[in-house]
Write a protein that binds this ligand. Structure first.
Ligand SMILES: *[C@@H]1O[C@H](CO)[C@@H](O)[C@H](O)[C@H]1NC(C)=O
Length: 311
């Protein structure tokens, strides 16, 4: 395999785990907080993150194994839709369910990973269209198809796609030993190299991607009807362990000044479009670009998440 491909793929896996992990972390935190304010749980509401994987080639398999090994996601909360479910031998003795029904997967999942080949995407989108739950986050690995086109094909714009900045440097070698994600995730050198916003492995995720992930966290708070000040406290709690209270995030860091100034503390943030977060310059992008110290805190939080065994 071409080394660059290995680099890109390993990097993707690792970051997927990160985003799932943090999503889950937030769900739990929100649950604890809502329990504190005794918000009744509506019928049909569920607390644990439900992860759908569409496609079970090399990518889908590695992703599923890494999620089982490195995150707290319950095996019964992972489902896979694949044309050949009988080939999913690795998962027979787990509670991971495999079937071939893309629509059922779409209607069930909170996060849906598209792990199919780029050539299968148009057909898959026809299947999924109008079956995705409203706030289902679709994670696309396909770099060949821009998010805006994918949004049109799916009729759904809650989509995240990794976008890399590749720079030349002399430490790209660290990636060459990496072919399986689970082992990569145990390697401190690779964790260091995969850290968002740092350049050690010659490749990094752009600030736009990091902003989109933070906006997803904000949206999770909004869909749980948390007031803006509670939401900010939760977001700041990521940085707390590594950076204490030095990170000065407020409503203005996330949304425009006119909206932020009139936002009441018990009023939820507005729903943030992921398209805007990935394509346009947002208040958060301006804030992060101008603050090296917050970038360093994000990197530190990432490393500590990745280095802590999940189980
Ligand atoms: C400010 O943000 C709100 C919510 O995201 C948006 O609806 C509004 O159009 C924005 N206003 C300006 C002037 O950008």
């Amino acid at each position: 395999t071409h080394p660059t491909r290995i680099v890109l793929q390993s990097f993707e896996y690792i970051l997927i785990c990160l985003s799932c992990f943090i999503l889950l972390y937030y769900r739990c935190a929100i649950r604890r907080r809502t329990a504190k304010i005794r918000k009744p749980v509506a019928p049909g509401e569920h607390d644990d993150l439900r992860v759908g994987i569409l496609g079970l080639g090399h990518l889908g398999k590695q992703l599923c194994l890494a999620l089982l090994e490195k995150t707290k996601i319950k095996p019964s909360h992972i489902k896979i839709s694949t044309r050949r479910p009988e080939l999913a031998v690795e998962f027979v003795h787990t509670e991971v369910e495999c079937f071939f029904d893309n629509r059922r997967l779409a209607a069930w999942a909170d996060v849906l990973f598209l792990c199919c080949l780029p050539s299968q995407i148009p057909k898959v989108c026809v299947d999924l269209r109008s079956h995705l739950a409203k706030h289902c986050l679709v994670y696309s690995f396909t770099s060949a198809i821009p998010v805006t086109r994918l949004a049109k094909l799916l009729g759904h714009d809650y989509i995240l796609k990794p976008k890399y900045d590749v720079v030349s440097c002399d430490t790209v070698d660290v990636w060459l030993s990496c072919s399986h994600v689970a082992s990569a995730l145990a390697d401190p050198l690779l964790i260091e190299a995969s850290c968002p916003l740092t350049m050690k492995g010659g490749i990094s995720l752009g600030l736009n991607w990091v902003c989109a992930v933070l906006y997803i966290l904000l949206n999770i708070c909004t869909s749980a009807s948390l007031g803006s000040s509670e939401a900010l406290l939760l977001i700041k709690s990521i940085f707390k362990e590594k950076c204490g209270d030095t990170v000065q995030l407020n409503a203005h860091s996330f949304i425009n000044s006119s909206y932020a100034s009139s936002l009441l503390s018990d009023e939820p943030f507005p729903w943030i479009s992921l398209m805007d977060a990935q394509i346009r310059e947002t208040p958060l992008l301006r804030f992060l670009s101008s603050s090296k110290s917050v970038q360093q805190c994000l990197s530190a939080a990432y490393k500590s998440q990745m280095e802590t065994p999940a189980k």
